[in-house]
Ligand binder design. Structure first.
Ligand SMILES: NC(=O)c1ccc[n+]([C@@H]2O[C@H](COP(=O)([O-])OP(=O)(O)OC[C@H]3O[C@@H](n4cnc5c(N)ncnc54)[C@H](OP(=O)(O)O)[C@@H]3O)[C@@H](O)[C@H]2O)c1
Length: 292
């Protein structure tokens, strides 16, 4: 917690998506006044105390400045995959600074680094650096791999094929990330902690191999999932038959980053900030299934 709280209007981006919507709902429950900023405001959720702002994409400086007017805090969800993703994030940060925002919480990714194997981890690292050099207070949230995205890595037969080797990762549930984000943005009186210039790695409760993850997916869904390790060369060869070079690089480097341990962080940030334990992959996937 800061010695001098940046109270006031909280601008929340990404609230048409899975993470931002969860964070916005939690802040609404806490009575936090919000400006929900979107490219298509008609898709924003109706929440108590929340204004709808936009249309504003991160790369549109004028639209972002207009959307962030009056905000004192910005929750900045990283944007979709784009070759200009860092520039778009930088544009959103500049707009926030110009509007008098005092505190930015950016959602990055575990393993963000200048020389990261996964290309988008490098975008995140650049954004983190840009934010740290800006005149505002900041906190970086680095979630691990989303547990919800693992089934999408499987083919129709439930086979997850890729060069992940025996690398471990501690996939995390969206609700757990949102619970931590809400504690950072609107800390309760019982959870004072210093998040100024902090990088919080938000992970699940255990670091598993892709084979162990596939077993958990099978248990949670009743559908058979299996991991078949392959070489980098084989992965590039079969992905290149259907995908463009950027998508091939994205797919293969994600698995390679796992193999190299770049997504391997395992932390107690979820229990430390929320008071509850983090969901396993099986629990997370079962929860999503139950929600339909
Ligand atoms: N940790 C991981 O494993 C992992 C996996 C996938 C993605 N991610 C990153 O985490 C972010 C949030 O995850 P999520 O599950 O909430 O994703 P999501 O459901 O796809 O939501 C993404 C949100 O960001 C908004 N957005 C994307 N690009 C934008 C831009 N250029 N300008 C303004 N808004 C933009 C989207 O708005 P629209 O509704 O207008 O599209 C949407 O509200 C993703 O955007 C991505 O950067 C992380």
């Amino acid at each position: 917690m800061f010695s001098e709280e940046p109270s006031g209007l909280v601008a929340v981006t990404g609230a048409t998506g899975a993470l931002g919507s969860r964070v916005a709902a939690r802040l609404a429950e806490r009575g936090v006044p919000m400006a929900l900023v979107a490219r298509d405001p008609s898709r924003l959720p109706a929440l108590a105390g929340a204004e709808h702002r936009g249309p504003a994409g991160y790369g549109d400086a004028a639209a972002m400045r207009s959307a962030l007017e009056g905000a004192r805090t910005l929750f900045l969800v990283s944007g979709g995959l784009s070759p200009r993703r860092f520039e778009e994030h930088a544009c959103a940060i500049d707009a926030a600074v110009a509007c008098g925002v005092r505190y930015i919480v950016y959602v990055s990714l575990v393993g963000a680094a200048e020389d990261a194997t996964f290309a988008h981890s490098r975008d995140h690292w650049q954004t983190e650096q840009y934010l740290a050099a800006s005149p505002v207070r900041w906190t970086v949230l680095r979630p691990s791999i989303y547990a919800s995205m693992l089934t999408a890595r499987a083919d129709e037969q439930g086979v997850i094929r890729g060069p992940a080797g025996d690398g471990r990762f501690a996939a995390v549930d969206h609700d757990d990330i949102a619970d931590v984000a809400a504690e950072v943005l609107a800390p309760g009186p019982s959870s004072p902690r210093d998040v100024d210039a902090a990088i919080l790695e938000i992970t699940g409760p255990e670091a598993v191999t892709m084979g162990e993850a596939a077993e958990q997916l099978t248990r949670a869904t009743g559908r058979h999932y299996v991991y078949e390790p392959e070489s980098v060369e084989d992965a590039i060869a079969w992905r290149s038959r259907t995908d463009d070079p950027h998508e091939v690089e994205r797919w293969v480097s994600w698995f390679q980053a796992i193999a190299k341990g770049e997504f391997g962080s395992l932390t107690d940030v979820v229990p430390a900030f929320t008071g509850h334990r983090a969901l396993t992959i099986a629990e997370s996937v079962a929860r999503r299934q139950a929600q339909g």
